[in-house]
Ligand binder design. Sequence first.
Ligand code: MLC
Ligand code: AMP
Length: 494
Amino acid sequence: MPDVAFLARAHLFADRIAFCTPDASHTYQELLDRSAEIAVELLQDQIDLQEARVALLVSPGFEYTASQWAIWRAGGIKLPICLSATEPEWEYVLSDSQVSTVIADTANALKIAPLCERLGVRLMNVSDIHVDALKDLPDIDVNRRAMILYTSGTTNKPKGVVTTHANIQAQIESLIQAWEWSSEDRIPMFLPLHHIHGIINIIGCALWSGAMVEPFTRFEMNAILKRVRVDAYTLFMAVPTIYVKLIQMLEEADDQDRCDIVAGFKKMRLMVSGSAALPASVHERWAQLTGQKLLERYGMTEIGMAISNLYRGERRPGSVGAPLPGVELRLKMENGPVITGENEPGEIQVRGPMVFQAYWNRSEATAETFEDGWFRTGDMAVLEAGYYRIMGRLSVDIIKSGGYKLSALEIEAALLEHPFIAECAVVGMPDDTWGEAVSAAVVLQKGPLDLMALREWCKERLSVYKIPQRLKVVSELPRNAMGKVTKPAVRLLF
Ligand code: MLC
Ligand code: AMP
């Protein structure tokens, strides 16, 4: 069986800069050396981690990636976790995936130490890792499991999406071919590194190509724009909310500022939007302001990227384009036939080497999500003049806010723990900035309760992007004859 290829790729670019920040830059050789050191520390006296789960709680950048490579080189499975999650959310993913070790940087190690102690999980502070002697590391088969990403869905709790090294390679190679990545590329990285957008499309593709990444701890607009003004980047990848925020900023900027920033965007060879629907109006406004036609693409944690507008060819506002290299795609009616023509909507189903292996420890959920070997995305689309247009989701319980996928059921379960709340229903309402805004209708058993108080209470329990942005107190929830809450009617309450 062939070995994983990321190490061989890195050797090709050993002297090139992989990561660059205002304080330091690091070459591919440094990544190789540092990852070997961390791998030795991870292994202690073992020769292979044999797919032990190692959680990663490190800010984006050189140490994050060196730790990721170390986990892989030592034979483990990488589990990146959300830096801003609450302790109960961390506890859930660490327990569900039976993590053996957490690698954290100093700030995050302090935060997660009590939980690690309580769960009996080894905690390694990456800043403290210095080994005197390296040792042989195991050969890693490409079909070994490499990563678990937790994704929210139609169940109350998030599920772990397991991908192998082969899946990850297929996801990366498809994008490199479609978008013509090269070692001359330079890209800012400001998305969270516990989701595929940042992990695969940005860091994964960049490092496979020998390109340079400038990491930011979050979307630090001013710092990023400072670099855009001096033509620091050839590529830019973001979620629609970020383009909305950038448009607002450009519209408010004075003429000179706008001119300088726009000049930087104009020179980039490609700007991509994804993770949520890009409204055609945002696509058009961005083109008016910067001359750049955004390339919209469609993907999902379970499959990587599946559909993309063309790098050299049409970029149609409101459409996601055509299947990417290596992706087999079909539209199918629920409990009905496969759609063969255009203009008939159906569920997007995907097959190919990029499709994930399984949900961690959930064989039933895994089986349910495949139909005749095709992965069911749960997204509806229609083919129009050769391009796919996303029409929405089969489930009303999935919300996309600022590119994060959220489960209405998970948020409802948390809200029901509030001592004042007797019943609740959560929906995503259309929102110009966030795409959808988490909106909660509640029936109180005690009161009063306003949005500010509810948000404050939620902060201990839910990541901030899951916390309701709208609240409606009602005397009863709309229900059908069976007594089930009807979400379309809940939407009408807002
Ligand atoms: C931040 N806030 C959010 C939010 N992000 N609220 C709702 N939804 C979100 N997504 C909150 C903040 O906590 C803060 O709350 C207030 O909104 C304003 O914060 P901000 O500082 O202005 O926001 P910012 O930090 O700039 O974050 C916006 C963002 C971020 C868009 C940069 O949400 C983000 O990085 N999203 C990308 C997520 C992602 O990578 N998804 C890809 C999944 S993979 P308060 O209370 O403090 O005021 C996938 C597959 C695929 O989908 O196809 O790619
Ligand atoms: P996640 O599960 O977090 O990986 O999010 C994947 C989901 O994001 C998909 O199932 C879609 O619902 C949504 N998505 C991703 N890209 C797009 C896009 N370009 N347009 C509309 N929805 C998208």
